[in-house]
Design a protein around this ligand. Structure first.
Ligand code: KG4
Ligand code: ZN
Length: 347
């Protein structure tokens, strides 16, 4: 008997994502982004995001079914992001999932977007080993996680004390006059820069920080240091070397993230690590993580870049995992929860 077909719906921020999986096999991953509508505001505008989801979700659903070669009648279960995210945006996906679930008579799982970022790697590299350390780095969250028991249990080892890694990329990109969202632009521009040109600070690496904050991050000081460095150049009438600033900033972020990730593996005796979330698409983070994991004898897993940024496949992957483990579906009145904690895998 072939594995069940799970439909995944993602509407937590500015991407309307519909994913369809059969077990660990990805059948379709349709994404409609409203990013261009937010760009002129320099950040995601919640009401625009909600309206865009409402317009995009049905066409995306149709396209996904065509790509997967299925009809909705073939769907065995539905998973939808129930949080965290923008509440108005989440409600569009949750309401769609509940309506479809009732119409098709299939179970609905309200799942955690952040756990989806970690589990999505199963579509590319197969089941996650137990235990695995997870480095989750997105636009709104940065955490080090201990994932055990087939994702049934996620423990937060540490998190950012201020800005998320993606937020740091976006804020520095704005200082450099690059478009929103800035992370992919910094990545691109940094390719022509010198990562050693400027020694930007590595947050929480001062005396005593290693003991006090072994698995936490801090990026607000980095953003301030970049702002000050740029202002000083401008005040002196000097040109700002955009590529060098981007490369040096990117180096600082990748350095801190990978150092903490390797420490978490060593301290907990874990030989596997997975990186997930939009920032996992960053080329320098991927390369540095590989170098340091190779040196430490840790097996690194990172999904391909298009599965790192928000998508419906990650939601479907988590739904498939829940279904396979015999987890109960969510109660029919499960809510959209903007601040769902990373440790709560589903409702
Ligand atoms: O996971 P994601 O798509 O959405 C959230 O759940 O937040 O992450 C979006 C974040 C943004 O801050 C974006 O700038 C960053 O991921 N990002 C990158 C890259 N691609 C996306 N940051 C650095 N380098 C990239 N290549
Ligand atoms: Zn995300």
């Amino acid at each position: 008997m072939s594995a069940p077909i799970v439909l995944g719906i993602e509407t937590s921020c500015d991407e309307t994502g519909i994913g369809i999986v059969r077990g660990h096999r990805l059948l379709a991953n349709e994404i409609a982004s409203s990013v261009d509508e937010h760009a002129r505001f320099g950040g995601v505008v919640p009401e625009i995001a909600s309206r865009s989801h409402l317009e995009a979700i049905e066409p995306a659903l149709r396209r996904a079914c065509i790509t997967a070669g299925i009809t909705l009648g073939n769907v065995d279960a539905i998973a939808v992001t129930a949080g965290p995210g923008l509440v108005g945006a989440l409600i569009v996906g949750v309401a769609t999932a509940k309506g479809l679930g009732a119409a098709l008579g299939v179970p609905v799982y309200g799942v955690n977007h952040l756990a989806g970022h970690v589990v999505v790697d199963e579509l590319h590299h197969g089941p996650l080993p137990d235990p695995t350390v997870g480095l989750l780095v997105s636009g709104g969250h940065s955490s080090l996680l201990l994932v055990t028991d087939d994702v049934a249990s996620i423990t937060a080892l540490g998190q950012t004390l201020d800005d998320a890694a993606g937020e740091a990329f976006d804020k520095v990109a704005r200082l450099l006059g690059l478009p929103f969202p800035g992370g992919p632009w910094i990545d691109r521009v940094a390719a022509d820069g010198d990562p050693q040109a400027i020694d930007f600070p590595r947050g929480l690496t001062g005396p005593g920080d290693r003991e006090r904050y072994p698995y936490d991050f801090s990026f607000s000081g980095l953003k301030t240091a970049v702002a000050r460095w740029i202002s000083a150049r401008e005040a002196a009438g000097e040109r700002v070397p955009v590529a060098d600033v981007a490369a040096s900033m990117q180096e600082a972020v990748a350095d801190v993230l990978t150092a903490r990730m390797v420490s978490a593996c060593r301290d907990h005796g874990v030989g596997h690590v997975v990186i997930g979330g939009g920032v996992a698409a960053n080329s320098r983070l991927r390369a540095m993580a590989q170098e340091r994991c190779d040196a430490a004898g840790i097996l690194l897993r990172v999904p391909p870049p298009d599965l790192c940024t928000d998508n419906g496949a990650m939601v479907a992957a988590l739904g498939a995992r829940l279904l396979a483990s015999g987890a109960d579906p969510s109660p029919v009145d499960f809510p959209a929860t903007s601040n769902l904690p990373v440790t709560q895998r589903s409702w």
